[in-house]
Design a protein around this ligand. Structure first.
Ligand SMILES: Nc1ncnc2c1ncn2[C@@H]1O[C@H](COP(=O)(O)OP(=O)(O)OP(=O)(O)O)[C@@H](O)[C@H]1O
Length: 263
């Protein structure tokens, strides 16, 4: 299996501070990674590198076999699907849900009345259907609830048939039903052998969908743990990562974590 992402000694330094500190990490084709870490740990910064929007200050980053700095990022970006709220802010609120997904096929955020191929429209409808958004095709993006918006963004990220899918806190702000619905849908995607390699940033182990395979834990920009979920997502590692005693439990193919009571 080849690596879809390979970071070697990557640091990102801003105002004399390393937001990401000598990170070495690789994602092989077909793997599904979760990134966990406290607020400010550098999770989004890592995703910004993985999506080619941020270049390391030092170290080497290879994405889909191409080295950042030595590749035309405009050729690389359509091969990477990104779903995060930063993208939601760039999308016109007056555009319909179908247009919002369709414009991704043309590497655009806005609808410029270009004539879309029937095949693209069919794909957009299929991805929206898989995310449970078939009933919202003509709704304006700006009128969607948080959960509906997140599902639309994932459908949009799939439109270019990416080799790497990056999800930044896809379940943040969702209610219990919305979270569980999203986890089911992400689980179906994660278990699909045709689906792209995936990296998801999350704050809660409860949001890890079945089918995810690996975990990266970071703290203050440094890698604490990188390996299979099965062996590495445990109470010891998560407690070190968040700096307080936590108990991790596995129930079937899902995870939970809770803090120990104060003595
Ligand atoms: N341009 C910048 N200049 C200076 N500091 C920055 C800049 N961008 C991010 N930071 C800082 O870098 C650190 C890491 O930010 P990042 O967004 O990657 O963290 P995160 O793990 O995603 O956090 P959260 O869980 O709160 O979303 C934070 O302390 C943030 O304030």
């Amino acid at each position: 299996m080849s690596d879809v992402l390979e970071l070697v000694d990557v640091s990102v330094v801003r105002e004399d501070r390393a937001l990401v500190d000598k990170v070495s990490w690789s994602v092989a084709e077909g793997e599904r990674w979760v990134i966990l870490g406290p607020n400010g740990a550098g999770k989004t910064t890592l995703l910004n590198i993985a999506s080619s929007y941020l270049f390391p200050t030092t170290g080497k980053a290879r994405i889909l076999g191409e080295e950042l700095g030595a590749v035309d990022v405009f050729e690389l970006r359509p091969r990477i699907g990104v779903a995060g709220m930063a993208m939601a802010d760039k999308l016109p609120h007056g555009q319909t849900v179908l247009q919002t997904v369709l414009t991704a096929a043309y590497g655009m955020t806005a609808h410029w009345h270009e004539s879309y191929d029937e095949i693209d429209e069919k794909r957009a409808r299929q991805f929206l259907d898989r995310m449970g958004m078939s009933g919202y095709l003509d709704r304006k993006f700006g009128t969607l609830s948080e959960g509906e918006r997140k599902r639309t963004l994932i459908a949009r990220a799939m439109m270019t048939d990416p080799e790497l899918l990056l999800l930044d806190e896809p379940a943040a702000g969702l209610d219990l039903g919305g979270r569980e619905d999203l986890v089911r849908r992400l689980g179906r995607l994660a278990r699909d052998p045709q689906a792209p390699s995936m990296v998801m940033v999350t704050h809660h182990v409860e949001e890890i969908a079945p089918g995810f395979t690996h975990v990266l834990m970071i703290r203050q920009g440094k890698v604490l743990v990188a390996g299979p979920l099965e062996s590495e997502l445990n109470s010891r590692n998560l407690s070190r990562c968040f700096g307080l005693p936590l108990v991790v439990e596995r129930a079937g193919d899902r995870w939970t974590a809770q803090g120990l009571p104060l003595s």
